[in-house]
Design a protein around this ligand. Structure first.
Ligand code: 293
Ligand code: CA
Length: 161
């Protein structure tokens, strides 16, 4: 007869093997659902997911839409994140989209929500220009370039999760 200790180790081994099988199947199923979920209006970049709402809103409403869904407006922190957003703006064909970035905290200084300074930017030539003295929000155009605009303008809603 196996000793109690050996029987215990054998039982543990079987449990670990069963768990490894279950985790493997979950990983496969999850990869499939990620693809389904991101098609055709989402983009995954590292841990981040961007998804278009498909409609336009003023900045404050756009912020609410994303917050209500458990996300936020997009904060592209690298060229690769900017490219994912650009693809969504191009594909949706409803014009430019809002970013999370604003100049509420310090006029002329654009920051992430909360006032954190930008780590990446992709301003169009001559931007931000605070045209008319009231451009405190930011749009990303179909060419990927950024422009400051009035927060009361209506732009495509894309959320970041
Ligand atoms: C001005 C000059 C334009 C520029 C525009 C935007 C508005 O009209 O060249 O495209 O401002 O910056 O947000
Ligand atoms: Ca501008």
């Amino acid at each position: 007869f196996p000793s109690p200790r050996k029987a215990y180790i054998a039982a543990l081994r079987r449990q670990v093997e069963a768990l490894q099988g279950q985790v493997g199947r979950l990983q496969g199923d999850f990869l499939q659902y990620k693809k389904v979920e991101l098609f055709p209006n989402g983009r995954g970049v590292g841990q981040k997911v961007f998804k278009t709402a498909g409609f336009v809103k003023h900045f404050y409403e756009a912020q609410q839409v994303c917050a209500q869904a458990g996300g936020q407006l997009p904060s592209p922190r690298s060229a690769i994140e900017k490219e994912a957003l650009q693809q969504l703006v191009e594909a949706e064909d409803k014009g430019a989209a809002f970013l999370s970035i604003t100049a509420f905290w310090t006029e002329g200084t654009f920051t992430y929500p909360g006032g954190e300074p930008l780590v990446y930017s992709n301003w169009a030539p001559g931007e931000p220009n605070n045209d008319g003295g009231k451009e405190h929000c930011v749009e990303i155009l179909a060419n990927g370039k950024w422009n400051d605009i009035p927060c009361g303008a209506k732009r495509l809603v894309i959320c970041e999760f």
